[in-house]
Design a protein around this ligand. Sequence first.
Ligand code: PLP
Length: 441
Amino acid sequence: MSSTTDGIAAGSHAPGGAAPRLDADAVRADFPVLARRLAGDRPLVYLDSGATAQKPQVVIDAESSFYETLNAAVHRGAHQLADEATQLYEAARETVAGFVGAQPDEIVWTKNATEGLNLVAYSFINATAGRGGRAAQRFALSAGDEIVVTEAEHHANLVPWQEVAAHTGATLRWLTLTEDGRIDPASLDIVTDRTRIVAFTHAQNVTGAVTDVAPIVARAKEVGAYTVLDACQSVPHLPVDLGALGVDFAAFSSHKMLGPTGVGALYGRRELLADLPPFLTGGSMVEVVTMESTTFMPPPARFEAGSQMIAQVVGMAKAAEYLTTLGMDAVAAHEAEIAALLLDAVRSVPGVRLLGPDTTDSRLATVAFDVDGVHPHDVGQVLDARGVAVRVGHHCAQPIHRHFGVHASTRASAGPYTTPDDVAAFAAALAEVRPFFGLEA
Ligand SMILES: Cc1ncc(COP(=O)(O)O)c(C=O)c1O
């Protein structure tokens, strides 16, 4: 391993100019919780990073150091601590913006990706209700307008658009899926000049399928529709440049990218955020308040009402720095190797059906499957008894499960700290599931 001064395991460059390689054992050592032993003194095999990622020591330290050395509210006080906290908070915005190819004033802090997606959705509702003045009218919707989502969406990027349709009279339509669960490019012809919004996932949280963003953005631009990208699963695992992707809005969560819970970010193109009416209102986002009315600050402050989650913002920026030090190309290359191993593991066990693409192309190391004759909760318990942590259930994505003809599944999902040994332990445990229930191996 190579190590930076603050203990970050850095990606090392392979000879011959190949992509940098990541030393997963060294990375693993940066994550204190991964040293735990459980289930009868077995090493923890954490394959639930798609739900939430583990945190490296530098992130934990960044958060606690904020409280130990300068805890103060931002953009409010006249004292030194408040000033230092504000500087740190805004420096974090610059770091996270840089991490995703955005400008700092295009990044709004939110509680998580869900809140970011709701912020955009409710802006359309508010604009339709006449809020936000003339500038916001570009976001007003009416009957006859269409909102296009996909059957691959996490509920966080589906339910808010159902709400928008219910509030505005617009019609919800959706792109369908190929047999292996990718967004079907052939269904793009439902995007027409009636379409006002196209909201879609960058990386699917059940199948790990990575969306080819370019044709969807190109089609949306052709018809003058706004694009909203759910980047919650892509930003932690792939190099993502939102500016280059050309989307209008995007949302992601800190806790999935090795950062703290309680914070996420909404990206919005500067000129769009400028015209967007506020979502949450109250302190810290206003200019002049009288008893009758209020004028609002420019973005991003307009969208950051109330006291902010400053320690978490600082921790999220540290997570972005940590990932940058590993190198997102190295992270993606490592996780592609893990994806291949996970796919082999699932394929090798009789009675196990993969849900999603049977290839390492354009996919994350997120692999969902169905074990014939065994409910996913039972699968999860057998694996847990062997120290293997996976996610079971519908993963907040019921429509894509319906597409595969199941109600629920078991999902193994990796992070930069996942090692081939983790996958071997998972494979061994998975092979024991059907025999445990007296079914043929
Ligand atoms: C693809 C995707 N979108 C959105 C979300 C919502 O993220 P959060 O719960 O952090 O708001 C998740 C979380 O699982 C997700 O996987």
